[in-house]
Design a protein. Sequence first.
Lengths: 430, 273
Amino acid sequence: MSSDFFIPDPEGTVPSVEGYFGAYGGKFIPEALVAAVDEVAVEYDKAKTDPAFAAELNELMVNYTGRPSSLTEVSRFAGHAGGARIFLKREDLNHTGSHKINNVLGQALLTKRMGKTRVIAETGAGQHGVATATACALFGLECTIYMGEIDTQRQALNVARMRMLGAEVVAVKSGSRTLKDAINEAFRDWVANVDRTHYLFGTVAGPHPFPAMVRDFHRVIGVEARRQILERTGRLPDAAVACVGGGSNAIGLFHAFIPDTDVRLVGCEPAGHGIETGEHAATLSAGEPGILHGSRSYVLQDEEGQITEPYSISAGLDYPGIGPEHAYLKDSGRGEYRAVTDDAAMQALLLLSRTEGIIPAIESAHALAGALELGKELGKDGLILVNLSGRGDKDMDTAARYFGLYDTDAAVEADASAADGAAEIQRDTK
Amino acid sequence: MSGNIQLLADTLERAKSEDRAALIAYLPAGFPTVDGGIDAVKAVIAGGADVVEIGLPHSDPVLDGPVIQTADGIALRGGVKIADVMRTVRVAHEETGPGPGHDVLEPIDRYGVERFTAELAEAGGAGCILPDLPVQESALWREHAEKHGLATVFVVAPSSKDERLATITAAGSGFVYAASLMGVTGTRESVGAQAQDLVRRTRATTGLPVCVGLGVSNAVQAKEVAVFADGVIVGSAFVQRLLDAPDAAAGLDAVRALAGELAEGVRRDRANN
């Protein structure tokens, strides 16, 4: 078992054959894509039970990605969480710096099996784009990444990384110029080039089989973390916490714990400037059932079904949809979803950096902020597992501006209250 | 058959009896404004369109290219509502025969299938084209569409396998929308042999009329397609004329003229065949 890192859901009852998690999921796509999506489903079904596929993926996960990832107890950080113990699952230590590589390697192998030579992908923060460009370099595949124009600006470092790896990066100028529009553009490319192109979808949304397949490639996160925390503490955590944009790192952490009904599964959504301001991307907290990007799930939409523009300081969470399995977990009550504001996430980012020497991605900082809250609720006997889905290098520009860390005008212009908050944490932790 | 679906069938049949393909024009409702869009519908009908497909603008039109996406964006920023779409359908219906809607399922799903089909039928709509509704997800929609005498027009693509074509055409009504190529909406230099092959394979499974869309922008292409299809669907070329026009009147003249050229094009000139 310890050498297996590709661990598809062994006996899951969802999704159904048609790709439904309860009322959510399905396959709402143009006819021109039906053959391609069906081909992915058929090929994945074959690969799932092919020992040669598992062996190749396992070898990559050990020797290329660096699995298993560590489990780190963060006691100085936890000192700010009511005394609960907090452990971080260190997906930030994977090659390329986030959990995204787990899914990308699996789908890249699948691309080769299907005999396709070109890969396209969408990216928000650039973590999935970088991981995809990496796998394409490794396997000699042509690579085009679609990224909203706004995101190419706020994540310029990742754009450079993708280009360094040989990928073409297309800045998408339509719509809100963020992740949702990058996905629209990638679908358009796929329709036109489907013969030789695989759409390496980056999260647990989209048409069946993507939600289930991407989940399977990330299941390793929870399987490892469950084993590791049992070894270290002798018990299961009270809560497993993860940030939720499309939901891939969260489902990866949660899935192995679903049968453990005493373990709360807590997803932290981006509340942006606050749900009441309308400037947020908290799809499960503030959205309602609808259809977006090929499946039925919760979406942010107006009364006539038009998608409303999401907002989050985190480019990776700035999405008006959510994977259908999360919608299913929410409705069934097995999953809990709470909203975390930009400010709370940024304070948690600073706190982890200053107390533990770990700079998290802004995405993951939403989960850390949720853990601080939960810790106070659980008290000193609490045990919390947090998925640290990515590292924060890519976010340094955003964070430096937010906290006023540059020796330039930016520091002067930085939000005074943010700087106050930073000073407070510094005092607090000395 | 009952309801407006019969009007659609009659219109396509009439074109056939005149030895020509039907001209189906696509225009998004609310573009450039709601009233301007209604005027454009009247103009293409005056120019010779047999059927007008009214688009329901959406924030995320995945199957549409940049031209229609731009028009949808203008319509949405102008505040177009589903009620305005219905008003546009009503005008199309009163001016000529049928005006089926061309919609993505996303907004309808939120609005409610029951309410949407009832209002569309009441406005005189003949049916719906739902490009992101695959046949296997269509049972609920078809149930309500049938109840209100509306056609459910499915899209078939060059990638559709024969067995799947049979499933799709068995579930569809009104006509079959054959996508001429693998891609999104927009004008193209040429409409390839893929379209003819797809129409041939589609006809092998159904007696429904087969109309071809995607990429047709001028009379020469319309003539090529009319040789093997029952209808020629043109959208982006009309929208482009409206986008390029210096003012509203010039835009209406331009789409009327284009409809006229295309209506000539869809006549089969047997001497040349």
